[in-house]
Design a binder for this molecule. Structure first.
Ligand SMILES: NC(=O)c1ccc[n+]([C@@H]2O[C@H](COP(=O)([O-])OP(=O)(O)OC[C@H]3O[C@@H](n4cnc5c(N)ncnc54)[C@H](O)[C@@H]3O)[C@@H](O)[C@H]2O)c1
Ligand SMILES: O=P(O)(O)OC[C@H](O)CO
Length: 338
């Protein structure tokens, strides 16, 4: 790569893609690709994204486009902020135009339904010559875009590209740590959404703070066991992308995944909740993939199983905790189950 600062293209003009693009635009030449021309036009003219981040000012230097080919052709670094179920299709449209060897960073916290693949695996299949990594952590977009302090982990297969990319997204208020544990950071980000749904169930049903703490803590146990079985490092799950993100997603009133769980707990049908939202809650479609991965690895995931039962098998939410409470607890650290 030349001595000039890398040109960044962010794919996905939703809440988080826009936020990360705004951060990068303060450091280097950054272009946001949005599907919706109204978003691209608003970013260029008003420096705001009225659909996803209404009222929040973005970096003045950020530019946006709907031209996918032009956006990827110019990029020294691609950052992917398109939800998990759509990323493959967007990359396939870009495949002949992405420059060889440039790094690709996923912001996505979900698994592809059907294939059960992580997003760096999807990137590796579509663009096998490009190193792929992930940026993930406790990052509620509306707080980051307002400049509240936050941190995340940037995992790349090699330390050199992690350090180069750190220079693109790290600021005094958005602290980006580096890691080589791509699998661990990515799995942590996808799984925490499933457990935020479980915490939302309890909150919607009127459970107490002790219950919430119990579910979060046992969720971390479950998340770590599957993550390690899939090749992640145990210490990653105790860090920002693991415990940190699980915590914020399970307690923040701004979390979409917790919101879906909460509304289910209050008795609203899933279809109605999803139809009323204009944003993605990745856990809804990731849960079935998680259950299949767990079954393949022989990992018991009782909390995730209850979420799957409610989302995909029409189990009434109020039965969730009753089902869990029937099980006798085993050893806290080495035990398999709930
Ligand atoms: N919002 C946050 O606070 C936050 C923080 C960290 C990570 N993330 C992750 O970032 C990813 C993107 O989430 P978001 O919050 O920016 O999304 P969002 O819900 O704000 O916006 C939806 C996005 O999906 C795109 N989209 C919808 N249908 C599409 C299709 N058919 N093809 C292509 N694109 C389509 C929209 O254009 C838009 O960019 C998710 O994996 C999410 O978990 C979000
Ligand atoms: O709003 P959610 O539930 O998608 O969570 C947003 C971020 O992933 C929190 O780190």
């Amino acid at each position: 790569m030349s001595a000039r600062k890398p040109r960044v293209t962010v794919l996905g003009g939703g809440t988080w893609g826009t936020t990360v693009a705004s951060i990068a635009a303060r450091r280097t030449d950054t272009l946001l690709w949005a599907r919706d021309p109204r978003i691209a036009e608003a970013v260029n003219r008003t420096h705001q994204n009225p659909r996803y981040l209404a009222g929040f000012d973005l970096a003045q230097g950020l530019r946006a486009t709907t031209d996918l080919v032009g956006a990827v052709e110019r990029a020294d670094v691609l950052i992917a902020g398109v939800p998990a179920q759509y990323l493959r299709a967007v990359l396939e449209r870009s495949v002949d135009h992405v420059r060889p060897f440039i790094p690709i960073v996923s912001l996505v916290k979900g698994l592809e339904q059907g294939s059960r693949k992580r997003m760096t695996e999807v990137i590796g299949e579509v663009l096998p010559g490009n190193p792929a990594g992930v940026l993930s952590g406790p990052n509620i977009a509306r707080e980051v875009v307002q400049g509240y302090s936050a941190a995340a982990t940037l995992a790349m297969p090699d330390h050199h590209s992690a350090q180069m990319l750190q220079g693109v997204v790290n600021t005094s208020r958005y602290r980006v740590y580096t890691s080589e544990d791509v699998v661990g950071v990515e799995i942590a980000g996808a799984l925490k959404n499933v457990f935020a749904l479980a915490v939302g169930f309890g909150d919607g049903l009127g459970a107490g703070d002790n219950t919430r703490a119990m579910v979060i803590t046992r969720s971390l146990h479950e998340l770590t066991r599957l993550g390690v079985a899939l090749g992640g490092r145990a210490e990653t799950f105790a860090g920002l992308a693991g415990m940190g993100d699980l915590l914020v997603t399970c307690i923040s009133p701004h979390s979409r995944n917790r919101y879906v769980g909460f509304e289910l707990g209050r008795g609203r049908p899933l279809e109605e909740i999803l139809a009323s939202m204009n944003q993605v809650a990745e856990g809804v479609r990731t849960t079935a993939a998680v259950m299949k991965l767990a079954a393949e690895r022989g990992i018991d995931m009782p909390i995730a199983r209850e979420v799957d039962a409610v989302l995909n098998h029409r189990q009434p939410v109020e039965k969730t905790y009753r089902g869990l409470l029937r099980a006798t607890p085993g050893h806290e650290v080495y035990g398999e189950g709930w």
